[in-house]
Design a protein around this ligand. Structure first.
Ligand SMILES: Nc1ncnc2c1ncn2[C@@H]1O[C@H](COP(=O)(O)OP(=O)(O)O)[C@@H](O)[C@H]1O
Ligand SMILES: CC(C)(COP(=O)(O)O)[C@@H](O)C(=O)NCCC(=O)O
Ligand SMILES: [K+]
Length: 239
């Protein structure tokens, strides 16, 4: 059984992976005697991660931190400085490419930040964008203006705003939708004429998915990426 951990800027997520299935992990009471390895990714603050790694070490369980490489099998990274790409983005790309081979993908991880990554059908990562997440977009406005306010109940909708809270919330949503729409243009420019698979993950992934017919939400995308990364990088090391 593998313990998979994804440390984002808002929260640490952990699952236990066995027989191709994820089970919820209680990080306060982990079944160390059944865990064979820890595979983890960290873009956020890692005190809790450090504590879990110490526990793994005490129990003699090996830990592997996922990293970005220029190439992984047929997948390639758009960044020249590969170490600067968020590992959560790379893992989502690994999962997208593995789950939807030969398919152009737009991968949206909507958490603290919203990242949009564009993947050609041949595994070439064309690049992406980092936007403030929906909450950061709205709080940056409420905290830096005198008169823009949120009421805590107004939903995010793809509609024109007719009062301040829905102008604010809907503005954040349509800015995000617009960026995803624009990502399609970059696939077309790269001669990917096939309709792209749009894959959503993260805390706001389910909400955004509803805005795109035919798209999917996969709450385990980064976790699946961790698993594939571990399997693929083992194979690479053997060569
Ligand atoms: N149902 C939900 N569950 C968790 N987070 C949610 C949910 N709906 C919205 N969010 C928002 O998603 C963000 C957290 O998403 P997450 O993907 O866990 O972030 P991160 O990876 O940056 O830690 C927060 O801004 C939170 O308010
Ligand atoms: C963009 C991110 C902050 C997203 O993190 P999250 O919203 O999942 O907490 C993270 O992927 C990151 O720190 N990236 C490094 C910069 C880059 O990807 O270019
Ligand atoms: K994110």
């Amino acid at each position: 059984m593998r313990l998979l951990i994804d440390v984002g800027n808002t929260s640490l997520k952990a699952v236990l992976w066995q027989n191709q299935e994820a089970q919820p992990a209680n990080i306060n009471n982990l079944p160390w005697q059944h865990i064979t390895e820890v595979v983890y990714a960290c873009v956020g603050k890692s005190e809790l991660m450090a504590e879990l790694l110490a526990q793994a070490s005490t129990h003699g369980v090996p830990s592997f931190e996922a990293n970005v490489t220029k190439q992984l099998g047929k997948l390639s990274c758009a960044y020249d400085q590969v170490g600067n790409l968020g590992i959560d983005r790379w893992l989502a790309l690994i999962a997208g490419f593995t789950l939807y081979p030969d398919t152009p993908c737009i991968i949206v991880d909507a958490g603290t930040a919203t990242t949009i990554d564009v993947l050609a059908d041949n595994g070439v990562h064309l690049g992406g964008w980092i936007l403030p997440g929906l909450d950061l977009m709205t709080t940056s406005l409420t905290q830096n203006t005198q008169r823009v306010f949120d009421d805590g109940t107004t939903p995010f909708e793809d509609k024109l705003g007719k009062n301040t809270p829905n102008g604010l919330k809907n503005g954040a949503l349509v800015a995000t939708i617009g960026a995803i729409e624009r990502a399609k243009h970059h696939l077309v420019q790269n001669n990917c004429s096939q309709i792209p698979k749009i894959i959503f993950a993260g805390g706001y992934g389910a909400l955004l998915q509803q805005q795109f017919t035919g798209s999917i939400f996969d709450s385990l995308l980064v976790m699946k990426g961790l698993n594939y990364w571990r399997d693929l990088s083992k194979n690479v090391q053997k060569v």
